[in-house]
Write a new protein. Structure first.
Length: 302
C-alpha cells in the first residue's frame, strides 16, 4: 500500500514538474502599447511574462508623433496592441496597416464615459485624455488584466495578482488626490494650462478649466492670435485664476507670456500626455498623478 501511495506521489510530482517546465518554457507575449503612461500600467500587470514595446516613450508627444521603421517591425511581431482610442493616436491606423500586423488591437478607453472639450476652438469634441482621472485607469487595468489572461492563460493567476496590487496603488493615489484638493478652497480650484488635457482631472477632482494657452485638445493646435491671447487674459483676470501651468512635453514660452500679461504666477510644469525619464518628476503613472496634484495645490495656494 505504501509503495502504491509513494508511486502516486512520484507520478504527481512528475506531472507538476512537467507543468512547471512547460510554463517556464512558454515564450513571453509580444505586446506593444502606444504611449508611455499606458506602458507603465501594462508593465506593472504583465511583469516578466510579457515582452513590452512602447511606441511613444517617456517625454514624447503622442499628438505630433511620427512613426519610425522600428515601430512597424514591433507591430509586425506583436501578439497584442494596447491603444488609448478616442482619437488620440491619429497616426496608428496607417502604421498598423503598413506593418502587416495581426496583433489583437485592444482599445483601453472602451467602457469609459468619454468627456468633451470645454474650452477653445475644439469645444464639444471628444477628449482622449482618460488617464487624468485615476478611476478611469483602474478600469483600464481591468481590461489589460483580462486581455493578458485570455491571451496567456498559463500565467493568468500572475496577471490577476499583479493587477490587484497595481489597482490598490491607484486607489491610494486617487484618495491622496482627493485629500489634497480638500486643502484648497473651492474658489481657488481654477486651472489654466498649456493645452486641454485636464478635463477628466477637473471633472473627477472638482476643478474648473478656465482656459488653455493653445486653445486645443492637441499640442498641434495653431499658435493663438493676439485676440485669443487677450481674451484668455481677460478670462483669467475675471475668474481670479492664480496660476498657469506649462507641461512637460511643451515649450513654455507662450505660458510665460500669458502669465506676465495676466499678472499671475507660472506653476511647475505638469505631466500631461507622457511620463518623464527615471530621473524626472513623473517616472511612473502613480508618481505623475501625485506630482501633478502637489504642484497644482502648491501654486494655487499662493
Amino acid at each position: 500500500m505504501r509503495l502504491q501511495i509513494w508511486g502516486l506521489i512520484a507520478a504527481l510530482a512528475l506531472i507538476v514538474g512537467s507543468v512547471s517546465i512547460t510554463s517556464a518554457q512558454t515564450p513571453p507575449l509580444e505586446v506593444v502599447v502606444s504611449y508611455s503612461i499606458l506602458d507603465d500600467l501594462v508593465q506593472n500587470i504583465g511583469g516578466d511574462h510579457i515582452d513590452l514595446t512602447v511606441l511613444v516613450g517617456a517625454g514624447g508627444d503622442i499628438h505630433s508623433y511620427e512613426p519610425v521603421p522600428q515601430d512597424s517591425v514591433a507591430l509586425g511581431n506583436a501578439d497584442l496592441l494596447f491603444e488609448n482610442g478616442l482619437g488620440l493616436e491619429t497616426w496608428l491606423d496607417d502604421l498598423y496597416s503598413a506593418s502587416g500586423s495581426t496583433a489583437l488591437r485592444v482599445v483601453v478607453s472602451e467602457g469609459v464615459t468619454a468627456g468633451m472639450i470645454t474650452v477653445g476652438d475644439e469645444a464639444g469634441e471628444t477628449d482622449p485624455h482618460i488617464w487624468q482621472n485615476v478611476d478611469n485607469f483602474v478600469h483600464v487595468a481591468e481590461i489589460v488584466r483580462d486581455t493578458l489572461s485570455t491571451a496567456d492563460p498559463a500565467n493568468a493567476f500572475a496577471y490577476q495578482l499583479n493587477a490587484n496590487s497595481y489597482m490598490q496603488q491607484l486607489l491610494d493615489v486617487d484618495t491622496y488626490i482627493i485629500e489634497q484638493v480638500q486643502m484648497l478652497p473651492a474658489d481657488q480650484r481654477k486651472l489654466v494650462t498649456n493645452h486641454d488635457a485636464f478635463g477628466y482631472f477637473a471633472s473627477r477632482y472638482g476643478f474648473e478649466i478656465v482656459g488653455t494657452a493653445l486653445g486645443s485638445v492637441s499640442t498641434e493646435g495653431a499658435e493663438p492670435s493676439a485676440a485669443d491671447i487677450a481674451a484668455l487674459i481677460g478670462t483669467i483676470q475675471t475668474t481670479g485664476a492664480r496660476a498657469i501651468f506649462p507641461e512637460n512635453i511643451e515649450n513654455a514660452s507662450l505660458v510665460d507670456q500669458l502669465a506676465n500679461e495676466a499678472g499671475i504666477i507660472v506653476g511647475a510644469p505638469l505631466c500631461s500626455d507622457a511620463l518623464t525619464l527615471a530621473e524626472g518628476s513623473c517616472p511612473t503613472y502613480a508618481e505623475m498623478m501625485r506630482y501633478n496634484i502637489d504642484s497644482i495645490v502648491g501654486a494655487l495656494s499662493q
